[in-house]
Write a protein that binds this ligand. Structure first.
Ligand code: KG4
Ligand code: ZN
Length: 332
């Protein structure tokens, strides 16, 4: 068995994880995370300079925690892995320099990992924290929705992952965050919007109806700036009562989720995948999980639909360690 210590600092979570693996299996032994959400709340979004400083303060402590939780120590680590792109440059540099220093001091290889590959593989970490992906599961159609990205990916093999659609403007998570700002629901917006939306059991009346973005486009791209602007205008025109906030939250969430589901299903009809997955921070959204699951089931009940456990939806280092293991495997 080999051990990899993975570090993730691309955005607003400082995370480290230990993965144990051989040529056939991989298991997440620990996944330690220090979230900066409370630091950024006051600003209504992520402040890059604040994020870098917080990573600097947390990174060593989080690595120690990941090693302790995995009941191991640095001497047992065979590989180091770190997210090198995409992300906030100041934040990435904290993780990269820490990982480079450890790899150099202990004379072990460093695996540079793409954050989005991490999200892609997170769908294959099961409830027991074991990871496995088989040739028969390909082609895989994956909807990756996070604060920074909205992409539809088609993986024909593990070393052949292509983007077949992406957002033309805001990412889905970013749209949730901006809608929450309009509705004064605070940061991060996704959980706040969905908590408010859940209070609404009735259907959405005309006053609150919002358009479904890109409903008629023939490609697999997404766009959320129009939806956001439509929300802003409707809110500005209205004398807002408390319940109106929840009604708008429900309506916004419904339109955004419908547009995502629509694109995944039309891509599935074209590419006929053997597996469909939903990954990234926005995959924590209950309505999206439920609606996409139902849509896949009614399209073809024999296509497995995989969504990671909530702790592997938002940013974490376990997925970075798994992406590093796959990188080693693809090179072998
Ligand atoms: O993947 P992630 O942790 O970070 C990036 O790589 O960007 O995603 C963070 C995003 C935020 O925009 C947040 O609002 C959104 O995921 N998010 C949600 C939910 N939980 C987190 N969006 C909708 N519903 C949720 N329950
Ligand atoms: Zn992410």
């Amino acid at each position: 068995m080999n051990y990899v210590l993975a570090i993730e600092t691309s955005c607003d979570e400082t995370a480290a994880s230990v993965i144990k693996f051989n040529s056939k299996t991989a298991k997440v032994l620990s996944s330690a995370i220090s979230s900066q959400i409370d630091l950024h709340k006051a600003y209504g979004g992520i402040v890059p300079e604040v994020a870098s400083r917080a990573h600097l303060e947390a990174v060593i402590l989080i690595i120690k925690k990941a090693l302790e939780d995995a009941k191991t120590n640095l001497k047992n680590i065979d590989y180091f892995a770190v997210t090198t792109e995409p992300g906030l440059i100041g934040s990435l540099l904290i993780g990269i320099q820490t990982a480079q220093t450890l790899a150099w001091a202990l004379n072990k290889p460093l695996i540079k990992t793409n954050h989005l590959d991490g999200h892609f593989y997170s769908a294959f970490i099961n409830k027991n924290n074991s990871f496995a992906i088989h040739n028969s599961q390909f082609p895989i159609l994956s909807l990756l929705v996070s604060g920074g990205h909205t992409q539809l990916l088609l993986a024909k093999k593990s070393d052949n992952i292509k983007i077949i659609g992406e957002t033309l403007d805001d990412a889905a998570g970013e749209a949730f965050d901006k809608a929450a700002q309009i509705l004064r629901l605070g940061y991060p917006g996704g959980p706040a919007i969905s908590a408010n939306a859940e209070k609404i059991k009735s259907s959405i009346t005309t006053d609150f109806k919002l358009p479904i973005p890109m409903v008629d486009s023939k490609d697999f791209n997404f766009s959320y700036s129009g939806l956001k602007t439509a929300l802003l205008y409707k809110v500005m025109k209205k004398k807002m009562k408390k319940r109106d906030i929840s009604l708008f939250a429900a309506s916004f969430q419904k339109s955004l989720v419908e547009s995502l589901v629509l694109k995944v299903i039309s891509a599935a009809k074209k590419y006929k995948p053997n597996t469909i997955t939903l990954v990234g921070g926005v995959a924590a959204n209950k309505l999206l999980r439920d609606e996409l699951s139902k849509a896949v089931q009614s399209l073809n009940p024999s296509i497995p639909f995989l969504v990671p456990d909530l702790k592997y939806c938002t940013d974490n280092a376990a997925m970075i360690g798994i992406a590093a293991v796959m990188k080693l495997k693809n090179k072998a």
